[in-house]
Ligand binder design. Structure first.
Ligand SMILES: NC(=O)c1ccc[n+]([C@@H]2O[C@H](COP(=O)([O-])OP(=O)(O)OC[C@H]3O[C@@H](n4cnc5c(N)ncnc54)[C@H](OP(=O)(O)O)[C@@H]3O)[C@@H](O)[C@H]2O)c1
Length: 337
């Protein structure tokens, strides 16, 4: 069994912890939190071992009757791999203690590529990550772009990719960021960071991205224009995306005309927290004009990187093939394909 700890138990950490506890080859040794809030209480109710980030947190956990097992350093003694799901930039600060304990580490997309020099998307570079000491699972938008671009590039050889991303302004519980009544250029000076971030995984792809923040908390929406070297039609594109893991095709003919409908569809699938781990591409938005492929796709920002974290754990341990790991992760998370 691979012994795993999760440092940071917010949007991503809570989901990674639950996903780890579903894996037949992993054991969740514990989670680390700062505040003694309802999330800590639920973690304890789930029988997850609760660890504090520091002495102050530890004291507050005891005062709240949460019965913590210790602090981060105590958890580090128990694990083979630590997943750092702390807020953007904090992972880099935590790296000192991980190095001190000589642990394998997974960071998230809020950290810089340079922190580990290895940005990870399972289908693109699982084998490169095998047996490595640390890696960064890229952000939600980058993960989605990499899955789709990698598949289309292998099939049709991408000449260039252009994307405009409408980003959710905040996650559902981030009340300090709203209400917002604006479309915010994110950033004004182009490109947005997403294109260069894709190139940390797929360096050969010519990509340029623009992004806007829109007043919603559910999902990002990508508008893509991808020009390719091979001759293609709409059916070719559909066939390739149908055969790509963690990509699903949705259709407005079935009533899915918005990100709200995708989230409602995910609720109907009965997944935990209505999480959609797959990129959702609108099949009936796919158009080919000369050498350019056009389509829309939706990205559930809270969920899409969760299967990548599970595969990343196996990649660092180095005992599984990419295909074995992806298959097992998909099965345990109920991923459609
Ligand atoms: N949210 C997304 O849509 C999304 C998508 C993809 C990737 N990511 C990336 O995933 C990472 C985590 O983001 P998130 O949205 O999950 O953050 P989050 O919801 O704000 O959760 C962060 C967690 O880290 C804990 N924490 C705070 N300070 C810490 C510290 N000094 N050391 C360790 N833990 C600390 C917090 O504890 P308390 O709860 O006790 O305050 C909280 O549990 C970031 O790199 C982010 O860029 C986020």
């Amino acid at each position: 069994m691979i012994r795993v700890g999760v440092n940071g138990y917010g949007v991503i950490g809570r989901r990674v912890a639950d996903a780890i506890s579903l894996q037949p080859d992993m054991v969740l040794e514990g989670i680390v939190k700062v505040k003694a809030d309802y999330k800590a209480l639920v973690a304890v109710k789930k029988n997850y071992n609760l660890y504090a980030i520091d002495e102050k947190s530890l004291k507050s956990f005891f005062e709240a009757g949460l019965n913590p097992k210790g602090m981060l350093k105590d958890l580090l003694r128990e694990v083979d791999v630590i997943v750092d799901a702390s807020p953007e930039g904090i992972g880099a600060q935590n790296n000192r203690i991980y190095k001190e304990f000589d642990k394998k580490v997974i960071f998230e997309g809020g950290e810089e590529h340079e922190l580990t020099g290895l940005s990870f998307v399972a289908q693109c570079n699982f084998d490169v990550a095998k047996g490595k000491k640390s890696l960064r699972v890229v952000s939600c938008n980058t993960t989605a772009l990499c899955r789709v671009l990698d598949a289309l590039d292998k099939a049709f050889k991408i000449k260039r990719a252009r994307a405009v991303i409408a980003r959710r302004a905040a996650d559902p519980d981030e009340i300090s960021k709203g209400p917002i009544d604006a479309v915010v250029l994110d950033p004004v000076n182009l490109p947005s960071h997403h294109g260069p971030d894709v190139q940390t995984v797929l360096p050969h792809i010519d990509i340029f991205t623009m992004a806007l923040k829109v007043p919603t908390t559910h999902m990002h929406l990508h508008s893509l224009i991808i020009s390719v070297r091979e001759k293609v039609n709409e059916d070719d594109v559909i066939d390739v995306l149908k055969g790509t893991t963690r990509v699903i095709l949705v259709n407005s003919k079935n009533g899915i005309k918005s990100t709200a409908h995708i989230m409602d569809f995910a609720r109907e699938l009965g997944r935990i927290r209505y999480d959609l781990y797959e990129v959702a591409v609108w099949a009936d938005s796919i158009r080919v004009v000369e050498d350019e492929i056009y389509f829309y796709m939706g990205v559930h920002q809270e969920a899409i990187v969760i299967p990548e974290n599970i595969d990343a754990i196996r990649a660092l341990i180095g005992k599984y093939s990419k295909e074995e790991s992806i298959k097992l992760t998909n099965k345990t998370l109920g991923i459609i394909q």
